[in-house]
Design a protein. Sequence first.
Length: 175
Amino acid sequence: MRLHDLKPAPGSRKKRTRVARGIAGKRGKTGGRGTKGQGARSGGGKGPYFEGGQLPLVRRLPFKRGFNNPFRQAYQEVNIWLIERTFEDGAEVNPITLEEAGLIRDSGNPVAILGSGDLSKKLTVKANRFTKSARAKIEEKGGSTEVLPLRITGLHATIRKLPQEDEVVRYPRMK
């Protein structure tokens, strides 16, 4: 077989319909547009959400489209009872150990510790945010809490950039 022997499969190549080419053709004369009126004119017809002159749904319900706050900071939440179940007495809990234990997805994103559940172990917990009840429960058992600074992402990063060395110290995995 040579290049000049190659042919497309039968029926796979179809000639396009040439509309409005005389009265004899299948799509001749008016070319399937009917006679006169808005739809027959070039550029005729209304936009995709025209509703016969009544106020379109997308203009009646602007709140349905919602609002996305570009400065929103999404936290990964971890409850005290999960930490109690996962870590041993005297352990250090930080975003990296939480990720390794499977309690959060990404250690680079901010972590919030919530106070749901009981704690019976002395732990050192490092996170970006603590609820009052979580902090009280950790410190009540002789543990300590440390608030980590937020890593700047999204629009925040365009406004204020951290020095590269500073980020590597705070988040050891980043390179």
